[in-house]
Design a protein around this ligand. Structure first.
Ligand SMILES: Nc1nc2c(c(=O)[nH]1)N[C@@H](CN(C=O)c1ccc(C(=O)N[C@@H](CCC(=O)O)C(=O)O)cc1)CN2
Length: 285
């Protein structure tokens, strides 16, 4: 079998077009969605991501502000900046780019962002709402994965989903979203015994470990849907995922490539959440 390649770039472009139309109509009602992205320090990859977020906001007609803070910024300074933005009515979304420098407590930072402006969907209140199936901001990468499955007509209910990786921003929430859609979910991680035995049970396999070529053909059931969330560099410095694409695409039914698979959906769902936040703010007026 040769897998259908899930074109994340194409789906992201379609969704962005729809978002831009909604932004335009919202502007007609006197409100422009506004996102603030805070970048602390000099992480090269993070700088690329925040630049893309700013660029995408502009493309879609949203306001965007990038706040760059030096590596030595104290936790107190960052928290004070977030408090200031929480109280600014023109701002609908606040995002602090991760990872943060080691001396800053990520949990404290996330908990300081108002849940009403937490367009990353990382605040414990929003995570709790997601777990109980309430309407809320969903974390952008997991949300993007669910949209990709939907766009390709891949049903989730009753399927066995195996998630490899248990990070707070991808592994745990994507498992929860799959469960919310009635999948049977297994989480695997560094202490899982006989990983391949587990992953071969998967109708839907999500790889989010951050290790190049970690998932090989022996981990995959014939015809499975394979979602690769990894963004790694191989020995040659080339961008690659967690899945050995060439061999796995011979066995899977569907597969996301890296790049242009899950990645482009992350920023698109961030734009979607920011738009929703702006709409919600109108209802509070
Ligand atoms: N506050 C947050 N920090 C981080 C998040 C997040 O959702 N919120 N996620 C990641 C990084 N990230 C967005 O911030 C992100 C990663 C990758 C992509 C993407 O489009 N990848 C492309 C390839 C890009 C490249 O050439 O490097 C692809 O896969 O096609 C977008 C956003 C960690 N931090």
């Amino acid at each position: 079998m040769t897998a259908v390649i899930i074109n994340g770039k194409e789906v992201a472009d379609k969704k962005k077009h729809e978002i831009a139309q909604e932004v335009s109509s919202l502007k007609g009602q006197g409100i422009t969605p506004g996102l603030v992205v805070i970048l602390v320090g000099n992480n090269h990859a993070s700088r690329t991501y925040v630049t893309n977020k700013e660029k995408t906001c502009k493309e879609l007609g949203m306001n965007s502000l990038l706040i760059e803070m030096p590596e030595e910024t104290s936790e107190a300074e960052l928290l004070a900046k977030i408090e200031e933005l929480n109280n600014d009515a023109a701002i609908h979304g606040i995002l602090v780019q991760l990872p943060l420098p080691k001396h800053i407590d990520e949990t404290k930072v996330i908990e300081t962002i108002s849940p009403l402006k937490d367009v990353d969907g990382f605040h414990p209140i929003n995570i709790g709402r997601m777990m109980t199936g309430q309407k809320t901001f969903l974390p952008c990468t997991p949300y993007g994965i669910m949209v990709l499955l939907e766009e390709y007509g891949i049903s989730v209910a009753g399927k066995h989903a195996v998630v490899v990786g248990r990070s707070n921003i991808v592994g745990k929430p994507v498992g929860q979203l799959l469960l919310n859609q009635h999948a049977t979910v297994t989480y695997c991680h560094s202490r899982t015994k006989d990983l391949a035995e587990q992953t071969r049970q998967a109708d839907i396999l999500v790889a989010a470990v951050g290790i190049p070529n970690f998932i090989t053909a022996e981990h995959v059931k014939e015809g499975a849907v394979v979602i690769d969330v990894g963004i790694n560099r191989n020995e040659a410095g080339k961008l690659c995922g967690d899945v050995a694409f060439a061999e796995v695409s011979e066995k899977a039914g569907y597969i996301t490539p890296v790049p242009k698979g899950v990645g482009p959906m992350t920023i698109t769902m961030l734009m979607y959440n920011t738009l929703q936040s702006a709409k919600e703010s109108m209802n509070r007026k």
